[in-house]
Write a protein that binds this ligand. Structure first.
Ligand code: NAP
Length: 242
């Protein structure tokens, strides 16, 4: 059995990625934080793809909870390891910096950036010992360009881009690749409060992307065909210049 862990897999890009990896034959560890019913739906859809999975509930920003849930999984799977990790969990709390409560700064960084650290550090040892691993971090156009109203989110995603490059250099010799996927506007719950009609005028492709389009790129980066790509940030944004 080959295992893949997708954080924030209860909906959106995480769910679509879980389905893509299920099609590639992976058993999917479906992480979620609060949306249990949505996570169960992801599992049902994974099974419809002919694969299987299980739910792993933990808050990626909580180091102790993350370790405890992953310790329990590892104890039940002594001779197996998770070879694909998709760090997808993320939140947005937009505000102009002058009005931004410190809690909104901290929580956005905690989920995207510290969450990456907690989960990835745990997975690394086995990937290095087994000499194979795929780590794919979902970042954002905002982390490349910087977007007004998103100093917290841009900092979290920009930090994650830098960490992707640093870690890729560390683990490359062990056949572990680390890449970042930077979506622009993708139709998911995360952006349902945004004025889509207005924003799509800024996108050369003339539309928001779909979660499945992002998942397809993640699937490629997880595949053996992507063995020589590491430390990269790949934009998927309908042609918005970055
Ligand atoms: P979404 O539909 O809101 O899904 C977010 C997912 O993250 C949910 O499954 C949620 O799980 C999970 N999550 C949030 N906080 C978590 C935590 N502390 N621990 C574990 N899971 C947590 O958003 P999405 O659009 O699919 O976003 C997925 C990723 O893509 C994010 O990193 C986001 O920043 C990035 N992204 C999205 C867009 C876009 O336009 N949609 C653009 C660029 C980048 P629960 O509901 O169970 O808490």
């Amino acid at each position: 059995m080959k295992y893949a862990l997708v954080t924030g897999a209860s909906k959106g890009i995480g769910r679509a990625t879980s389905l893509r990896l299920a099609e590639m034959g992976y058993f999917i560890l479906i992480n979620y934080n609060s949306s249990r019913e949505d996570a169960e739906k992801t599992l049902e859809l994974v099974k419809e793809k002919g694969s299987d999975g299980e739910l792993l509930k933990f808050d990626v920003s909580d180091a102790a909870e993350t370790k405890s849930v992953l310790d329990t999984w590892t104890a039940r799977h002594k001779n197996e390891y998770i070879e694909v990790l998709v760090n997808n969990a993320g939140i947005r709390k937009d505000n102009l910096m002058i009005w931004m409560p410190e809690e909104d700064w901290t929580s956005v960084l905690n989920v995207s950036l510290n969450g990456f650290f907690h989960v990835t550090q745990y997975m690394l040892k086995n990937m290095l010992v087994k000499r194979f691993g795929r780590i794919i971090n979902i970042v954002s156009l905002s982390g490349i360009k910087g977007m007004k109203g998103q100093a917290n989110y841009s900092a979290a995603k920009g930090g994650l881009i830098a960490a992707t490059k640093a870690l890729a250099a560390e683990v490359g010799p062990r056949n572990v690749t680390v890449n970042a996927v930077a979506p622009g506007f993708i139709q998911t719950d995360m952006v349902k409060d945004l004025p889509e009609e207005e924003l799509k005028k800024l996108i050369p492709a003339g539309r928001f992307g779909t979660a499945e389009e992002v998942a397809s790129l993640v699937g490629f980066l997880a595949s053996k065909e992507a063995s020589y790509i590491t430390g990269e940030v790949i934009s998927i944004n309908g042609g918005i210049y970055t």
